[in-house]
Ligand binder design. Structure first.
Ligand SMILES: C[S@@+](CC[C@H](N)C(=O)[O-])C[C@H]1O[C@@H](n2cnc3c(N)ncnc32)[C@H](O)[C@@H]1O
Length: 249
């Protein structure tokens, strides 16, 4: 393959009970840019569409008892095989199949960079209720991912969060107005917090802007920014209370 060969759009499918919720993604800028540039092909797939059960049922009560409903393995496999028109094993061999669960590996910036570099076709399975029958994790998914240590009501917001974080890392998705190189978690900031930004007015209700930023001394400004980045990283790592005190003082 030569450098001039057109690249295939990166396929990301989201399997969900609420496909229309994902429409929001088509409107937001980094994702829309990536789609328009042919870098991304995003689809929301209906988990109910191929259900083999009466009334397109997809959930059932848990074996062993307990509260809540569990998403059935047969419904998930039927959805995967219906949408991809091949055995689920073949889809699993050819795509990253992510099952969203709060118990999964935490999605972070490093994972977003890796996904954006690999551009491996990806399917994201959004749970609801008590989540999926565990055979979905064992036999359908290739990995379990969480967006953080808290429990959401469903995977849709988590899927949108991950897609937004990854799509903006695709070359050209951000346009010229924003830079990935100096933002929070970047190597340029040693993986730390971004430095503070200010804009006009220079004085608002007596709240000023650090003078250094109007000095025109680029090297000094850069030094100040790195110091601020380090201080902000340490402050926010220390404790939520310390961080809140610093931002309100
Ligand atoms: C109410 S949660 C199920 C929680 C599950 N019973 C448990 O205790 O781990 C329903 C669905 O929301 C999604 N979800 C909840 N929290 C999440 C998180 N932190 N990251 C990613 N997905 C999450 C998952 O797809 C999950 O199946």
């Amino acid at each position: 393959m030569s450098a001039d060969d057109p690249i295939e759009p990166w396929s990301i499918d989201v399997l969900t009970l609420f496909p229309h919720w994902l429409q929001w993604l088509d409107e937001v800028r980094p994702i829309r840019n990536a789609t328009e540039l042919g870098l991304l092909a995003l689809r929301a797939l209906d988990l109910r569409e191929h259900s083999p059960l009466k009334h397109r049922q997809v959930d059932d009560t848990p074996y062993g008892g307990g509260a809540g409903m569990v998403l059935r393995i047969d419904a998930v496999v039927a959805a995967m095989e219906g949408h991809y028109a091949q055995p689920v094993e073949d889809t699993r061999a050819g795509r990253r199949v992510v099952v969203l669960t709060p118990a999964g590996r935490t999605f972070d910036d490093a994972m977003a960079i890796r996904w954006a570099q690999e551009r491996r076709p990806t399917t994201i399975l959004c749970g609801r209720y008590e989540g999926f029958d565990y055979r979905v994790h064992e036999h359908v998914a290739t990995e379990e991912v969480s967006i953080g240590p808290y429990v959401l009501s469903g995977g849709e917001v988590a899927a949108m969060t991950m897609i937004d974080a990854v799509a903006r890392k695709l070359p050209g998705a951000l346009g010229n107005e924003e830079s990935l190189s100096d933002e929070t978690f970047s190597d340029a900031l040693d993986g730390g917090a971004e430095y503070p930004h200010y804009t006009r007015p220079a004085d608002f209700r007596g709240w000023g802007v650090p003078e250094i930023l109007s000095s025109g001394h680029h090297a000094e400004i850069q030094k100040w920014r790195l110091e601020q980045s380090r201080a902000r990283t340490e402050r926010n790592a220390a404790s939520p209370e310390a961080s809140a005190d610093a931002t309100t003082s």
